[in-house]
Ligand binder design. Structure first.
Ligand code: RAM
Length: 513
């Protein structure tokens, strides 16, 4: 599945009042000075970082630095010279990686559908040594690989120091103290919050390596986790205002917003993502009871549900194939998304009813409740297979369909666990490929009363990423296909990704109660 939408002549419609409020909520960044790397290898041989400045580096030499934790920030290298006169520039490559596996890929071999410009590497000529080389971008990394592309026969390069400054708007002093029944759960919890903290910038970014911007599906899960941790409330409000403040000309919400310049809705519409604005807003209001936000955002939110009700339903009350194909749900080429989208829509209508109740609008509250109920009935009538004991999309059995039907309250609770189990094992059923989908799977297990299996899955799946040596959670991970990538090359995958940060939320709200 390639997600590339280009609408010729697209101009987002911006609401200057909402965007001014979003701008006023922009957080400042906090800067952290990180200590020296915890380990250093020259051409594969471990040496102490203190000994590195004495190590003359020649053409082809490679220095691998491990900073011991994931960092989002900037790097500056102190470079010196040994030997005779510098009669030619030093020429080096500096590559950054979140996990070591990124260095085992050859960037020139990458031919996926996302831009190779996301690969974090720079080449620099240094005319005069000694020099302080400040690398030009903000990077997401734990590992840095410096390759000497050339010096000259007369001199060698010295790498005398590496100075690293982290950037994030997350306030660690707000983190609650917590105790855990065991080390595994503590590690998963902490890696979740590290992942969230690194993505908490001037917007809630999806991934600090890539795409470094605000996506709606990610925002909802980041916000849930932030409520129990950093509590970046003004930032979450800012992100909600950005989605409402820059939209498609017809009022639909974009799947993501560019914010580096004047905020601009991307010309990418995903049916499920737009609908997720409703639960995201409701959850924000449940945390804050922010009357201003309710007043400003209610109508943009309801529009998302109204638009789908008007344009995306068949006569029978099931979402259309077209709307389902235009939704995300999970990275999977062969997934039939109809049942899953039906479930997302029902949850959005439930949220719409609750939002109207908060606004004291009983007429519209009743309207959305009725619509949700009608769509539940339609799903039970037309998507449920009595023979199999699970929901179908077309003829397809998928765990994705069961998950969203359970979360939408369509599935009879006593059948939910069985249907999930059946779909997971059903021959040829599409696999879940992202922590985003696994989050909803765990939530569905919890809703089905399966607390034990939910906790086991959280430990197995997210713990599995940590057992590879990572200290943050990834955008895509299927233990059965560890080298997989939705983009046609895992070198562009993000290994610190917003939508993977939810174990801390699940642990806090459901497992340590
Ligand atoms: C990816 C982004 C983001 C996700 C979308 C659908 O490219 O990284 O996390 O929300 O796709």
């Amino acid at each position: 599945m390639q997600l590339i939408s280009i609408i010729p002549g697209f101009q987002p419609k911006n609401d200057s009042r909402l965007l001014a409020k979003a701008e006023a909520l922009k957080p400042g960044l906090r800067y952290t000075q990180y200590p020296a790397p915890v380990s250093c290898r020259v051409n594969g041989r471990e040496i102490s970082f203190d000994a590195l400045p004495e190590q003359p580096l020649r053409k082809g030499d490679r220095v691998l630095l491990d900073f011991g934790r994931h960092i989002v920030g900037r790097l500056s290298l102190s470079l010196g010279q040994a030997g005779s006169f510098q009669d030619a520039p030093a020429y080096i490559r500096v590559a950054f990686a979140e996990i070591p596996g990124e260095f085992s890929e050859d960037p020139r071999q990458y031919s996926g559908w996302l831009s190779s410009s996301w690969i974090q590497q720079e080449e620099a000529h240094i005319d005069i040594l000694p020099a302080q080389l400040a690398l030009p971008r903000r990077y997401a990394f734990r590992y840095v690989l410096v390759t000497v592309l050339d010096t000259s026969p007369k001199y060698q390069l010295l790498l005398r120091g590496a100075c690293c400054t982290g950037e994030s708007s997350a306030d660690e002093s707000r983190l609650p103290a917590r105790s855990f029944p065991d080390e595994e759960l503590r590690q998963i919890y902490e890696a979740s919050l590290r992942t969230l903290g690194e993505c908490t910038q001037q917007v809630l970014e999806d991934g600090p390596k890539r795409d470094r911007r605000l996506w709606l599906g990610d925002l909802r899960l980041q916000a849930l986790t932030s409520y129990i941790s950093f509590r970046s409330i003004p930032l979450i409000k800012r992100c909600l205002y950005l989605f409402a403040g820059s939209r498609f000309p017809d009022g639909r919400m974009s799947a993501n917003v560019f914010t580096e310049k004047e905020p601009a809705a991307d010309d990418t519409y995903l049916t499920d993502y737009a609908l997720l604005f409703l639960p995201a807003l409701l959850e924000y209001l449940e945390e804050t009871d922010d009357k201003e936000a309710l007043e400003d955002l209610l109508s943009p939110a309801l529009f998302q549900a109204d638009w789908v009700l008007e344009h995306c339903l068949t006569q029978d009350g099931i979402v259309t194939e077209e709307a389902a194909a235009g939704s995300f749900i999970d990275w999977s080429d062969d997934l039939d998304r109809r049942a899953a989208l039906q479930g997302v829509l029902i949850q959005a209508l439930d949220a719409a009813a609750s939002l109207c109740a908060r606004a004291g609008d009983q007429t519209r509250e009743a309207f959305y409740q009725e619509k949700a109920e009608a769509l539940r009935q339609a799903a039970r009538r037309l998507l449920w297979s009595e023979a199999l004991g699970c929901f179908l999309a077309g003829n397809q059995v998928s765990v994705h369909s069961q998950i969203f039907m359970i979360l939408a309250g369509v599935m009879p609770p006593e059948k939910a666990a069985q249907a999930l189990d059946l779909a997971l094992r059903y021959p040829g059923s599409p696999r879940m490929s992202t922590p985003y989908m696994h989050h909803y799977y765990v939530m569905a297990l919890l809703k089905a009363g399966q607390r034990g299996p939910a906790e086991k899955h959280l430990r197995d799946y997210w713990g599995g990423m940590l057992r590879t040596g990572s200290d943050t959670f990834w955008e895509s991970w299927d233990p059965a296909d560890p080298d997989g990538s939705p983009y046609g090359g895992r070198i562009v995958n993000s290994y610190c990704h917003a939508w993977s940060c939810t174990p801390a939320y699940i642990i806090d709200r459901y497992l340590l109660k």
